[in-house]
Design a binder for this molecule. Structure first.
Ligand SMILES: Cc1cc2nc3c(=O)[nH]c(=O)nc-3n(C[C@H](O)[C@H](O)[C@H](O)COP(=O)(O)OP(=O)(O)OC[C@H]3O[C@@H](n4cnc5c(N)ncnc54)[C@H](O)[C@@H]3O)c2cc1C
Length: 482
């Protein structure tokens, strides 16, 4: 077979995953495939941005991935990175919520949908009425929700307003950078959406799941997920050198590919001569021809390039709203922070967000101790609105918000600010229908695939999965072209 050429546009985790899987597919079938990856920035990894400085490992974007979605962990294993995995510190798994200017402990088990009933009864995040309303949830009849509804409407029905607004809303904002009243329950909380349709109500579903786990554990089934010594049993994992290590390892596996960084694809069209291939124009005027294309770009960038190929597809992508994000990491001497930092950090309840820039703060040196040298504390604040302030002003404003909460004295030894414009796709109500329309348009383009965080999963595991699926799709078309 004549050598084929696949081009991946975008060198973030979705694009690198697509390129890596294409290479594996070609290797496994011993067919000649040339792979090119084009990345606009001089560095690789997109939103994954690890800086190693003065003994600190600083993450500008994501700092960990969840293990309940297996694709990131699987890729780490495949790349031989298992021994480099770093779980969250088991002694610092508590999470706090900032509500009415005080940090309050989040009842245990919320991340795994198995809330501890005692913690729920004791929490000072809910009034007695709020707690009774949560318990009342067990008596609720099954409800049909139609095609989609906001998380706010969905969860207020099952858990009441207090629980939804003080506990669930900050958790959702911490992951999606969005509001429970805009985001789609169906696309953002697919497991709960499914359970709500399967069981009488969510309280029943939670009790049944916890009950089943409790029965199975003495039989040894599912017991492995109780062993805290095994890194992959942590809800979150990262790598010892930061998530940048995943990017570096993928690049090392792509040595035989053409890796063009600091180059932007400015135009994509169907090659007028051949009619089958794509002709890409780079920012310096160079033309690159491809038999198959993976767009592993943020939705707006993909929309811009797709406009000349498929206007309807481009419009769908351009219509996906995005929020901004800013992270500010501070390094202090441990003695400058009076708070015990006895957890992984805190999230800010929406009521308390109004007067603040702060959306959340990770106590990085507690959550992942090797991230900072001995005797130092590293904190990472998360801001989810855009501001015309300079990086220095942002850092100062965020620090003033943190001082009274964590008892910070003096000035930080180091500060790192990362701004991510339009970086958090919002799966708003109706997103599922949009995804359906996008898939329908895409089915007309056999040798073209999309990968990224804006369709069915925003986190790193989903990006890796999307890259793999994109690789599989274009690989099939390359085989058919033979
Ligand atoms: C602050 C922040 C914190 C996060 N925290 C977490 C977390 O802890 N855990 C988690 O799982 N997820 C987290 N996420 C989400 C996750 O990081 C992203 O969804 C994921 O990294 C996106 O990867 P991607 O490859 O799809 O896109 P990107 O990383 O955006 O990569 C796309 C690449 O395409 C390039 N590009 C754009 N246009 C062109 C062009 N025309 N030509 C060539 N190249 C182009 C861009 O330069 C970019 O590098 C976080 C996101 C942010 C912003």
């Amino acid at each position: 077979m004549a050598e084929r050429h696949a081009v991946v546009i975008g060198g973030g985790i979705s694009g690198l995953s697509a390129a890596y899987h294409l290479r594996q597919l070609a290797k496994a079938s011993n067919l000649p495939l040339r792979i090119t990856v084009v990345e606009r920035e001089k560095w690789w990894g997109g939103k994954i941005r690890t800086v190693r400085e003065g003994g600190f490992v600083v993450e500008g974007g994501p700092d960990a991935f969840v293990t309940v979605k297996p694709w990131a962990l699987e890729l780490c294993r495949e790349l031989g990175l298992e021994h480099r995995l770093l779980p969250t510190n088991p002694k610092a798994r508590r999470v706090f919520i900032l509500w009415r200017n005080r940090l309050r402990l989040l009842p245990h088990g919320f991340l795994t949908f198995s809330p501890d009933p005692k913690g729920l009864l004791m929490t000072d995040l809910l009034s007695l009425q709020g707690k009774l309303r949560v318990m009342w949830g067990i008596l609720l009849p099954q409800r049909q929700w139609g095609d989609d509804v906001s998380i706010g409407a969905f969860l207020r029905y099952y858990m009441g307003a207090e629980m939804s607004e003080r506990i669930i809303a900050p958790l959702i904002a911490g992951v999606y950078g969005g509001s429970i009243d805009n985001l789609s329950a169906r696309m953002t909380l697919p497991t709960l959406w499914h359970l709500a349709h399967q069981y009488r109500n969510l309280a029943w579903a939670s009790l049944l799941r916890q009950g089943v786990r409790r029965w199975l554990r003495p039989l040894g089934i599912g017991a492995s997920d109780r062993n805290p010594d095994r890194p992959h049993n942590s809800f979150f994992l990262t790598l010892q050198g930061g998530l940048g290590e995943l990017v570096e390892t993928l690049l090392a596996h792509l040595k035989d590919a053409t890796l063009l960084s600091g180059r932007t694809v400015v135009r994509v069209e169907v090659d007028a001569v051949d009619g089958q291939r794509y002709a890409l124009t780079l920012d310096d005027g160079e033309r690159v021809f491809a038999d198959a294309l993976v767009f592993a770009l943020p939705a707006a960038d993909a929309a811009q390039l797709l406009r000349s190929l498929d206007n309807a597809l481009a419009s769908e992508l351009a219509g996906i709203p995005h929020n901004h994000a800013i992270t500010v990491s501070f390094a202090f001497d441990r003695s400058q922070v009076r708070h015990p930092l006895n957890g992984s950090g805190f999230l800010v309840a929406p009521e308390d967000q109004r007067e603040r820039l702060l959306l959340a703060c990770t106590w990085t040196s507690s959550k992942f101790p090797p991230r900072a040298p001995q005797g130092k504390a590293m904190l990472r604040a998360f801001v989810n609105r855009w501001t015309p302030m300079s990086e220095r002003e942002i850092a100062e404003a965020v620090l003033e918000e943190l001082r009274p909460l964590l008892g910070i004295v003096g000035e930080p030894e180091r500060v790192w600010v990362f701004r991510w414009a339009s970086s958090m796709p919002q799966y708003v109500v109706g997103h599922a229908q949009r995804v359906r329309r996008i898939r329908e348009r895409l089915s007309r383009w056999a040798s073209l695939a999309l990968a990224g965080n804006y369709l069915t999963g925003i986190g790193i595991p989903d990006c890796i999965r999307s890259g793999r699926e994109a690789a599989q799709k274009v690989w099939q078309s390359l085989i058919r072209q033979r």
